[in-house]
Design a protein around this ligand. Structure first.
Ligand SMILES: NC(=O)c1ccc[n+]([C@@H]2O[C@H](COP(=O)([O-])OP(=O)(O)OC[C@H]3O[C@@H](n4cnc5c(N)ncnc54)[C@H](O)[C@@H]3O)[C@@H](O)[C@H]2O)c1
Length: 370
C-alpha cells in the first residue's frame, strides 16, 4: 500500500472483540486513516492485535503522548467511555467513542465541554446511518417520496448477547441493556432522518435476574442483571413525528429488527440500523405493492470506522463530523430520559439537541470531499 502521506494518525484504546473490525477497516479500507498504535489495560490483548495488523502496541499513556496520533478511537467498555475520552481530549487529541458516547449525561457533557476548550473534535458511533441503506432512505424522505413524515414503529428483539459474547457482563450493567447497547443504532438512524427528540415516555423491566454465558472459557457462568432488559419507549420528535420503539433482550425472535417510517403519502421499510446496507422498500399511497428501492452508491457491508474516516476528513476540512459528539450526547440524553420516565411515571422533556448531519449521498468519504 502506498504511504498515506496526508492521512490522519489514529490510535485505538480497547483491543477487545470489536477492535478487529475497526483494525481491518481502518488499516485496509479508509485511505485517509493511518493506524499508528493500539493500547489496552490488558497489554497482551494490545500486543496480539498490534501484531495481527502491523501496528504498534502501546501503553495508554504512550498512545496519548504519541505525536503522530490525532484521533483516538475509544473501543473500551461503555462504563469506561467517559473517563477514557476525557483523558484523550485532555491530551489535546480528538476522540471517537464507540456507542454510547458515555454511560452518563454528566460524563458526556464533560467530554463535549472539555473538547470545546481544547479545540478538538468529538465523534461517536453508531456510524451505520452513513451506509447506503439509510442514506437511500434519507434521499427518499428529503425529496418527499412519502410526503410529510408522521410516525415510526421500531423493534429490536433479541434474547441477549451472552449467547455469543465471551464476556457479556457489561451488557447487563447500567449503561448496557438493549436500550443503551442497541438503542443507539435505532436512535442515530431515526435522528439522522428526523432531527431531535423533544419528549420521551417509557416502561422498562427485566424478565430475568441472571444470564448464563454460552460460549468461550466462561461458558456456564452466570452474570447478574443490573439494568432493564425490556424497554418500550415513546419518542416525540420535535418535527411532530411520533415513534414507538421496543428494545429487548428478553424474547426469542428471528426477525429481530423492524423499523418502519410512515408518511402522509406512503411508507418506507427501513433496513436493520445495525447494518450499512439495505433493503429499503417503499409503499406509495394508493398502491398495495411494496417496491424495492435501488440503493445509492456507497457502503453496504460492515463498514465500521466510516464515522472515523468522516471525522478525519472533518478535521482536515474544519467542519463537524457527521457522527458527531452532539448527536451522541442527544442519544445518551434520550436513553436516560426513557429510564427516568419509567422510574418517575411521567413524560421527560429533552433539553439537548444537535445539527442534523449533512447527507452523505453517493459521496465516497475517503475520497477527499468535505
Ligand atoms: N461486540 C460487538 O459486536 C460490538 C459492536 C458494536 C459496538 N460495540 C461497542 O464496542 C465497545 C467494545 O465492545 P467489545 O465487544 O469489543 O468489548 P470487549 O470487552 O471485548 O473489549 C473491551 C476492551 O477494552 C479494554 N478496556 C476497558 N477499560 C479500559 C480502559 N480504561 N483503558 C484501556 N482499555 C480498557 C478491555 O480490557 C477490553 O480489552 C463497547 O462500547 C460496545 O458497545 C461492540
Amino acid at each position: 500500500m502506498a504511504e498515506r502521506t496526508n492521512a490522519v494518525g489514529i490510535g485505538i484504546i480497547g483491543a477487545g472483540y470489536i477492535s478487529t473490525k475497526y483494525l481491518e477497516n481502518c488499516t485496509g479500507r479508509f485511505d485517509n486513516l493511518k493506524v499508528v498504535g493500539i493500547a489496552d489495560l490488558m497489554m497482551e490483548r494490545a500486543e496480539e492485535q498490534a501484531q495481527g495488523f502491523g501496528v504498534e502496541a502501546l501503553s495508554v499513556d504512550q498512545l496519548l503522548a504519541h505525536p503522530d496520533i490525532e484521533i483516538v478511537v475509544n473501543l473500551t467498555i461503555p462504563a469506561a467511555h467517559g473517563q477514557v475520552a476525557l483523558q484523550v481530549v485532555n491530551a489535546g487529541k480528538s476522540v471517537y467513542n464507540e456507542k454510547p458516547l458515555a454511560a452518563t449525561r454528566e460524563e458526556a457533557q464533560a467530554i463535549l465541554a472539555r473538547a470545546a476548550e481544547q479545540g478538538v473534535l468529538v465523534g461517536s458511533a453508531p456510524d451505520t446511518f452513513l451506509g447506503s441503506g439509510f442514506q437511500t432512505a434519507r434521499a427518499l424522505l428529503d425529496r418527499g417520496a412519502i410526503g410529510s413524515p408522521v410516525a415510526v414503529t421500531g423493534m429490536l428483539l433479541l434474547r441477549g448477547h451472552e449467547r455469543w459474547h465471551p464476556n457479556p457482563d457489561f451488557y447487563y450493567q447500567p449503561g448496557g441493556g438493549p436500550l443503551f447497547d442497541m438503542g443507539p443504532y435505532y436512535l442515530a438512524a431515526l435522528m439522522s432522518l428526523l432531527g431531535p427528540v423533544e419528549r420521551v415516555a417509557a416502561t422498562a423491566s427485566a424478565s430475568y435476574q441472571t444470564r448464563t454465558i454460552a460460549s468461550g472459557p466462561r461458558a456456564g457462568e452466570t452474570v447478574p442483571v443490573e439494568t432493564p432488559t425490556h424497554v418500550i419507549s415513546v419518542l416525540d420528535f420535535a418535527n411532530g413525528v411520533r415513534c414507538s420503539l421496543t428494545t429487548t433482550f428478553d424474547v426469542y425472535d428471528t426477525n429481530h429488527s423492524t423499523l418502519v417510517l410512515y408518511g402522509s403519502e406512503g411508507t418506507i421499510r427501513l433496513p436493520d440500523p445495525n447494518t450499512f446496507g439495505g433493503p429499503v422498500e417503499i409503499l406509495r399511497a394508493g398502491s398495495d405493492q411494496w417496491e424495492s428501492v435501488d440503493l445509492l452508491a456507497g457502503y453496504t457491508d460492515n463498514s465500521r470506522g466510516l464515522g472515523v474516516s468522516d471525522m478525519a476528513q472533518a478535521l482536515r476540512h474544519g467542519r463537524a463530523p457527521r457522527a458527531s459528539g452532539e448527536l451522541g450526547y442527544h442519544i445518551v440524553d434520550v436513553m436516560h430520559a426513557a429510564l427516568e420516565s419509567n422510574d418517575q411515571e411521567r413524560h421527560i422533556s429533552i433539553e439537548s439537541s444537535f445539527e442534523r448531519p449533512v447527507a452523505l449521498g453517493a459521496v465516497q468519504v475517503a475520497g477527499g470531499q468535505g
